[in-house]
Design a protein around this ligand. Sequence first.
Ligand code: MOS
Length: 692
Amino acid sequence: MTTGLFRPDGPAKLTGAATYAGDTPKPDALHAALVLSTVPLGRLAAVDVPAVDGVHAVFTHENLPRLNRMPMPPLGHTVLGLRDDEIHFEGQPIAIVLADTPQRAQHAAERTTARYVDVAEPLAFADAGETRQETGVWVPVDYGGGDVDAGLAAADAVVSQRYTTSDRHANPIEPWSVLAWWSGDGLVVHASVQTITMTQRTLAELFGLRPEQVRVVSPFVGGGFGSKAWMWPPIPLAAAAAKAAGRPVKLVLTRAQMFTLCGHQPATRQTVSVGATGDGRLTAFRQHFTAATARFDGYLEGGTGPLSWLYDCPAIETRVRAGLTDRPNPTPMRAPAEGIGLFGVECALDELAYRLDLDPVELRLRNEPPVEPLTGKPFSSRKLVECLREGARRFGWADRDPSPRSMRDGDEFVGWGMAVATRETVRAASAARLRVHADGRVVVETGLQEIGTGMPALVRAVVAEALEVAPGQVELRHGDSTLPEASPSIGSMSAMSVGAAVRAAADEVREKLAAVGGLAGLRDAGLDTVEVEGRWDPPEGEDEYSTKSYGAIFAEVRVDADLGLVRMPRAVGVFAAGRILNPATAHSQLTGGMIWGYGQALLERSVLDRGRFLAKNLAGYVVPVNADIGDLDVSFVDEFDEHASPLGAKGVGELGAIGVAPAIANAVFHATGKRVRGLPIRIEDLLTTSAR
Ligand code: MOS
């Protein structure tokens, strides 16, 4: 049973009453459509927009006033398009059309043609070298300690293998949408963003304004998964066009445009070498990781972090390199870093367990570190062992016959696999204003954007507990840069960060109320309200604790012996993420994460062919649907991490999407005897496994 508070904003979302950026009414707004480059590299020679009724204006780099350079960070694309004639990637904006209806704008954009010169052949990841990025925002950290070569030489069993992952797209339900207008010197923007605050600051820099001159409104966001975390072309281009046209502008990207204009998870390759003694103690771990990126911007995906904290090992060596290619800039996408890097690590450990003839759960238990192996830092909290034991129990792991192809059910091979999930803890300063009215109403005001994670429910749960009031008495105003600044909805930081600020405000209000004799005292004193602003600032500088979240994933797959088709009838995920502030929404986050991991494991692969993503739609790029998903058993181990945040919480958003792909790949090996080291695992990979 899942307990906790369900979404108070649910009915409004289901009935269409919740206002998303693209739904915001603005009668005098012009509708914009973007024209994107059809070549991956070259220069723009001419743009020809046909005459279409209702078109009000067309802007290209030749007539759109230039914005300031994109500040770094907050990253995203430095190339917004419409700045000069250079084409850096296919799908780069080259014109923006404004018309009286969205249909007319789209029609004109689709009929627009362009001529390109100096068109060049793009470089693919397979042909890219491995570059160490020395400057800029994305400088990787190579780290390690001990003698890895000696450790591997001394090992009784060694696995050394190469693993790959594919390009993936975030594809939230709501595409990027923005409504922008100018009022006096100020800019007002309604947009679907993962961070109101950074959006406000970046727009201020791009347009040479003070942050207070920019108002960003974003109460509801239809998902992001990283794609709305940073500044991408839609908002600046809509705002610039609105300024140039002297009219409000509304722009909603098409699904196809989402594939090139808001990042993607880049393809990666990694080699993992790991050795152990006969009794299953690790002697050395090496992970060399290379991620594809865009030559012009160079977002560099990481993937080696967990080796610094996950297993006790005397010798560790990690390396991160960039594969410089011609493509749109990638971006962090659920789950970045750990979600990709652990595919190699957790599959290699499974291979090692077979070499050692040791249960893969037992192999992990034997290498549980008392402190961080390289730094000696204590763990702020760490219940990985509990996750592993509870997961094995819930799954029925003890009944597993480890021999590959030993479990068969009619025409299907059955396989059981497991892997560990772990994730860095990221936090951000947050503030919240809390007001108690004499009639008992409680109003919370904070600039959080509700992206589907259930923050309105969580805020009410936190306030209801602190003030001992019914959750229904708590009203939340959110999603506006004029409200106290809240954490971004990025990297699983929002619940613990905003939750801590709300709790601080609630605690102070409670004291103030007590001092005047409660609500009755307030009324007697002739006062209408008590109001305070609470905030939380995470500790600065180097953390003295190793603060991570953990989980264990167990998956059952069934592989059709003739067709190689993989199904996952059930999976178990047990997570240790500090105190779970609102079980109902945390459960939903982790369930969604596991489904997301299923997509990574078995479905999602975008093909970048000569600089072009071949399928910019959800028919050619497939994601999981309800019919794909069997029984998911999500649970938590009890934990309170006082070092992570005042409420004892860590993050859950990304965690559920980590460890699922290696657990499935390990289950596929157990089912079929075939080790597939590239994601997603496809039918083609397994056709040769037929038993007949
Ligand atoms: Mo997170 S990469 O913003 O889902």
